[in-house]
Write a protein that binds this ligand. Structure first.
Ligand code: NAI
Length: 726
């Protein structure tokens, strides 16, 4: 018989310590072994109950318990709801046996307890957590399109009350450190050492021989109970509407299911509540959105954070001193992120005053963090002290990394590199934060093009997690490996792409914006366009976003790209958005920074309403009274997905993980899709369904929707997109 993953040790006081230690894995998860071994362990506990005084549940792994088995959960087909329901019920039945054993059970949480891990702990009578570094506690299932189906909804509602369970734990999936988890009420005690963890757990067992769950005591009421608490009861009817408003009608079923499971389950006893929870869980597991989100936010993200696109065979690198050239909006944010990661920063601008202003940006963020208790004054001071503002290139002496963020001009960029080169370490990484200029061309301005690399940050840098690393024609693999290491060092999520105008992210987001703008010329009402964007799940509607980015930016990129195409003897294929953008610029409506764009702005720069002139200006040529709403949504999503396929065809993108994570984290591609490549596989009917729909859109709206030959071939071969890339 194979070893039980619940290691059993009984001490002289009759306390059984169960140490979870899956022999086949680096972390404990709810896999098949867990189910069998838990069953066997419960059987033994029940059989030997008379000689047991209590149970301490802990783990031999770094984490307490890693949660559900996501490999399994992502593979459920649409017809397997009963199987998912049964599985969820089986876990809950077992955990119910544990909490009704009649003996005190304590969770000694030695590391992270997320998802299923916390659900196990919630089924014990007392939770003590070790304040271990990086240890997180929470129920993040919602961020994977799921709900906690191992009793997480049922027990948090009973432990904290519906309002707190939903708002503090379930609907946003917050992950907290042990002390913060204690403040919310998810754990009862926090200790500082592993020894203390076990000794306190045993002490509690001894002191509470009759322990039962609060919900198993006669007369128990849910804290802050539902109808008994007037305030929450009064707000309850508005809850679904508020949730819908927050989600902007995007197709995200998990929050609704969580809310329903919590509210419906609060009206019945715990066993019936568990069944309700399982039903809503099964509904999510068999749906496409959870598969999409598990693929992206678990598997793809994990691959990237392990340095998935990093060339193999190079030693791990870390930067010590960076010189940031240009202390404007981007340079200031980059300086902050580097300083937080412990890197010494020289922040250089043309004038010292500019550089100091750039440093002030960090001071503002840090002051706010200190005032909110998120940062100590001492740490904030240390971070700030790492940033040296200057106008002198010689202050960069010995820097092993440059991140250039001056104005978007190739000549200026080449000039600032030439000026700084003599002061750098001989093998310093030369990074440019250009958002549009080809890296290969910029690299011609330096003596070591093999060390030159695009480091494309997103605004605001301190909040946006993505870093798009761009390799130019001459960028060496060693430099790419260093760039990935630097990204991880400054806690960014790196994707690695090859040079192309607009790289991957700007190129793809451009197609979304262009598609939306084109609809104006086809008779769609501006408000309907914005609504289509929101309902498709985009965090910012397209015309609003275009105004923020300013219309002259894509216009300039397009004019330059067109010049290049025509110079090479090609024919420019005009997009229907082009005359609209040109006309807007001609009218002086260049976006928010010019005080007018698709929207109107007041004197303080606040967006007031859509410009009423849009229809008169652009609908003249059409007698259309609108477009099919579903087409509007899908045109935006398809435009980006099809451009992504082209990026793969042209060798700009190399992995599905980079495409998915880059699109969600960098350019706001809707999270429910699991990213721009996953959207293709997750489309109804899979890849063939996507190809078919693209053909229909091409017939209705233009050749740009014609599916690329590579995609058609894959569909015909019966491949899915993810597997075809490898
Ligand atoms: P910005 O206009 O806010 O800042 C540019 C800074 O460079 C100014 O402080 C300016 O004084 C300084 N500068 C000009 N000449 C210099 C020189 N010779 N030496 C040192 N500093 C000099 O511009 P922003 O928005 O920060 O953009 C900078 C770069 O980042 C551009 O290449 C832009 O395309 C790129 N980028 C911008 C994003 C955005 O959202 N704004 C996003 C990603 C990249």
């Amino acid at each position: 018989m194979s070893e039980n993953m619940f290691r059993w040790e009984q001490d002289g006081d009759g306390i059984v310590t169960l140490t979870m230690d899956d022999p086949d894995a680096s972390a404990n998860t709810m896999n098949a072994r867990f189910g069998t071994d838990l069953e066997a362990t419960l059987g033994r506990l029940e059989a030997e109950k008379d000689s047991i005084s209590g149970v301490v549940l802990t783990s031999a792994k770094k984490t307490f318990f890693a949660g559900g088995n996501l490999e399994d959960l992502r593979s459920y087909g649409p017809s397997e709801a009963q199987k998912a329901y049964d599985q969820s019920q089986a876990i809950k039945t077992a955990l119910r046996r544990l909490e009704t054993l009649g003996k005190p059970v304590v969770a000694a949480i030695n590391g992270a307890a997320l998802g299923g891990g916390l659900e196990i702990a919630l089924a014990t009578h007392h939770r003590i957590a070790l304040d271990a570094k990086g240890s997180k506690i929470g129920l993040p299932e919602v961020s994977l399109g799921l709900l906690p189906g191992g009793g997480g909804v049922v027990r948090t509602v009973r432990l904290l009350g519906i309002a707190d369970a939903l708002l503090q734990v379930l609907l946003q999936g917050q992950q907290r450190n042990p002390r913060a988890a204690q403040e919310v009420g998810l754990v009862d005690e926090v200790v500082d050492s592993p020894e203390e963890l076990l000794s306190k757990a045993k002490e509690w067992v001894k002191a509470n021989p009759e322990a039962v769950q609060p919900w198993d005591v006669k007369g128990y009421r849910i804290p802050g109970g539902t109808p008994s608490v007037p305030k929450f009861a009064a707000n309850l009817p508005a809850f679904p509407a508020n949730l819908r408003k927050q989600l902007k009608n995007a197709p995200m079923p998990a929050p609704y299911n969580i809310m329903c499971a919590a509210v419906e389950g609060s009206q019945v006893d715990i066993d019936n509540a568990a069944k309700i929870e399982s039903r809503y869980f099964a509904d999510l597991v068999v749906g496409q959105v959870s598969t999409n989100m598990i693929n992206a936010f678990f598997f793809d993200l994990q691959a990237i954070n392990k340095g998935g696109s990093r060339p193999d065979g190079y030693e791990k690198y870390s930067a010590r001193k960076v010189v940031v050239l240009g202390a404007g909006m981007m340079g200031a944010g980059i300086a902050y992120s580097c300083a937080v990661a412990g890197i010494e920063v020289v922040l250089k601008d043309v004038a010292l005053a500019n550089a100091e202003k750039g440093k002030d940006y960090s001071k503002k963020i840090l002051d706010k963090a200190v005032s909110r208790g998120k940062q100590t004054q001492e740490k904030a001071d240390a971070i700030l002290a790492r940033i040296t503002p200057t106008e002198k290139p010689e202050d960069a002496q010995g820097a092993d990394l440059v991140i250039e963020a001056v104005f978007e001009s190739p000549d200026l960029k080449k000039k600032v590199f030439a000026e700084i080169m003599p002061h750098l370490a001989p093998d310093a990484v030369l990074g440019s934060n250009t958002s549009t200029l080809p890296i290969t061309d910029l690299a011609t301005g330096v003596e070591r093009p093999e060390d030159f690399v695009g480091l494309h940050f997103f605004s605001p840098v301190d909040k946006m997690p993505l870093l798009e690393i761009i390799s130019g024609e001459k960028t060496s693999d060693a430099t790419l490996a260093k760039a990935v290491d630097i990204a991880l060092q400054i806690r960014k999520t790196p994707i690695v792409v090859s040079d192309s105008r607009g790289f991957f992210t700007s190129r793809v987001i451009g197609t979304f914006l262009n598609e939306a703008i084109a609809m104006l010329g086809e008779g769609a009402s501006p408000a309907a366009i914005e609504q289509a964007g929101s309902q498709a799940g985009y965090p910012a509607p397209p015309l609003q976003l275009m105004d923020e980015l300013t219309l002259t930016l894509p216009q300039k990129i397009r004019q330059e790209t067109r010049k290049g195409v025509e110079a090479a003897g090609g024919v420019w294929d005009e997009h229907p958005s082009e005359p609209i953008v040109d006309r807007m610029v001609e009218l002086g409506r260049k976006g928010r920074s010019s005080g007018a764009g698709f929207y109107e702005y007041d004197e303080a720069g606040k967006r007031t309403r859509l410009w009423t002139g849009l229809q008169d200006e652009f609908h003249g040529a059409t007698d259309s009274d609108g477009l099919p709403f579903e087409d509007m949504k899908e045109r935006m999503l398809f435009a980006e997905a099809l451009e992504t396929v082209k990026c793969f065809d042209e060798g700009v993108l190399h992995t599905v993980a980079d495409a998915n994570i880059g699109s969600i984290m960098g350019i706001g591609f809707p999270a429910w899709t699991g990213g721009v490549a996953q959207y293709i596989d997750g489309y109804p009917g899979g890849l063939p369904g996507f190809v078919e729909r693209a053909r229909i859109l091409a017939k209705g709206y233009g050749d740009r929707f014609t599916p690329p030959a590579s995609l058609v071939e894959k569909a015909e071969k019966g491949q899915n997109f993810r597997d075809s890339i490898g």
